[in-house]
Design a protein around this ligand. Structure first.
Ligand SMILES: Nc1nc2c(ncn2[C@@H]2O[C@H](COP(=O)(O)OP(=O)(O)OP(=O)(O)O)[C@@H](O)[C@H]2O)c(=O)[nH]1
Ligand SMILES: [Mg+2]
Ligand SMILES: [Zn+2]
Length: 309
C-alpha cells in the first residue's frame, strides 16, 4: 500500500496511507531504496513509500520500499561528521523564517540558505517574523532586504506570528504546496505553524528557555496538513543546509542575481574575484548586483576554499 511519511523519530516513522489512515512504521530488514545515496537515515519526512500492514488494530506497518524522490534536502548529520542526513523529501518550496530582532538573522545565513535551495532546485521564500518588535531601524532594514530579495525573485513577507499579523499573505503562498520551514531556533516557526493550524499545539519555547542561542524545542522534522490545503514541514532549527559536491566554479550559478551575467565573463571558469573581463564584478560596480550579496558570495567562496564542501 502506498503511504507518505509524516514524521520520523529515528527508528519509528509515522506514515499516512493512501486511504487516509495513520500507521506507526518500522523499516523492513530488506527495504528497497530506489535512490542510492549514503545518508544516516534511509527514510525521511515527505518520502513516498510502500508499506505492509503488520497489525491492523495497533496500526503498525513495515516500510518495504522508498520511492524515488523528486528532491531532498540534506544536512550534515549531528552524529557523524562524514555523513549526511535527509531532512525532508519531495518539497515544493523552502520557507526560511528569519528575524531582525531576538535573534537577528544575518544576511550571510540567508544567502547560504538561498544558495542551498537553488542547488536543490527548490524555490525559496523568506518570512521576516517578529514584526511587532521592529522599530524604525529594523523596518528600514526590512525594506532594504525586501527590495533586494524581491528583485532577485524571492518573495519576502513580513509577519508577527505572536500577534497573528501577516498571515493572509503567508496562507496564499503556502496553499496547496508542501513547504519546508527552516530557520534558526527561536525565530517562531512553531508559533506560526500553530497559528496556521489552530488544532495543533506544537511546543513553543517559553521566554525562560530562551537564551538567545536556543536549544531546539522541535527535535524531529514533522509534516502537518494545512486546513486550507497544502502541507508544511517543521524542522528543528537548521543552521546550515548541507551542500554536497559543489564545485567552487558552480557557486555563482546558485546566486540567482549573478546567473544572468555568468555567460558574459571572459573566462568560463571565472570565480568573479580578480579575473579580467568579469561581467559579475562589472555588474556589482554598476549596482545591478547588490554589493552585500556579492560579499556573501565571496565569503562563501572563501570557506569553500578552506574546506572542500
Ligand atoms: N515578539 C514576538 N515573539 C515571537 C513571535 N513569534 C514567536 N515568538 C516567540 O519566540 C520564541 C520562540 O518561538 P518558537 O515558535 O518556539 O520558535 P521555533 O522557530 O519553533 O524554535 P525551534 O523549535 O527551537 O527551532 C517564543 O517565545 C515565541 O513566543 C513574534 O512574532 N513576535
Ligand atoms: Mg519549533
Ligand atoms: Zn566573472
Amino acid at each position: 500500500m502506498k503511504a507518505t511519511i509524516y514524521k520520523s523519530t529515528g527508528s519509528w516513522y509515522t506514515a499516512k496511507s493512501s486511504d487516509d489512515r495513520m500507521w506507526q512504521c518500522r523499516i523492513a530488514g530488506k527495504m528497497k531504496i530506489e535512490e542510492d545515496i549514503t545518508t544516516t537515515n534511509p527514510v525521511a519526512v515527505g518520502d513516498e513509500v510502500e508499506i505492509e500492514i503488520e497489525d491492523e488494530d495497533q496500526k503498525i506497518a513495515t516500510i518495504t520500499v522508498v520511492h524515488d524522490r523528486n528532491n531532498y534536502i540534506i544536512r550534515a548529520s549531528p552524529h557523524s561528521r562524514f555523513k549526511n542526513q535527509v531532512v525532508a523529501a519531495n518539497i515544493d518550496q523552502a520557507v526560511l523564517m528569519a528575524t531582525l530582532k531576538e535573534p537577528k538573522t544575518s544576511q550571510g545565513f540567508i544567502d547560504r540558505y538561498l544558495v542551498s535551495a537553488a542547488a536543490y532546485h527548490v524555490p525559496a521564500v523568506i518570512i521576516l517574523n517578529k514584526q511587532d518588535l521592529y522599530h524604525s531601524k529594523e523596518m528600514s532594514h526590512f525594506r532594504e532586504w525586501e527590495m533586494m530579495y524581491k528583485k532577485i525573485g524571492y518573495p519576502v513577507l513580513l509577519a508577527s506570528a505572536l500577534r497573528e499579523e501577516g498571515l493572509e499573505e503567508i496562507r496564499n503562498i503556502l496553499k496547496d504546496k508542501t513547504s519546508l520551514f527552516a530557520g534558526h531556533s527561536g525565530v517562531g516557526k512553531s508559533t506560526l505553524i500553530n497559528d496556521l493550524i489552530p488544532e495543533l499545539s506544537l511546543k513553543i519555547q517559553t521566554v525562560s528557555d530562551w537564551s538567545g542561542k536556543g536549544m531546539h524545542t522541535t527535535s524531529f522534522a514533522e509534516m502537518f496538513e494545512l486546513p486550507f490545503g497544502g502541507k508544511i514541514i517543521d524542522t528543528p532549527g537548521i543552521r546550515e543546509l548541507g551542500i554536497v559536491e559543489m564545485d567552487k566554479t558552480e557557486l555563482s550559478q546558485y546566486f540567482l542575481d549573478m546567473l544572468p551575467y555568468l555567460s558574459d565573463c571572459r573566462f568560463n571558469n571565472c570565480l568573479h574575484t580578480n579575473e579580467p573581463g568579469c561581467a559579475v564584478k562589472k555588474a556589482v560596480e554598476k549596482g545591478d548586483i547588490n554589493l552585500a550579496r556579492y560579499e556573501s558570495y565571496l565569503a562563501m567562496l572563501s570557506t569553500m576554499q578552506e574546506q572542500e564542501w
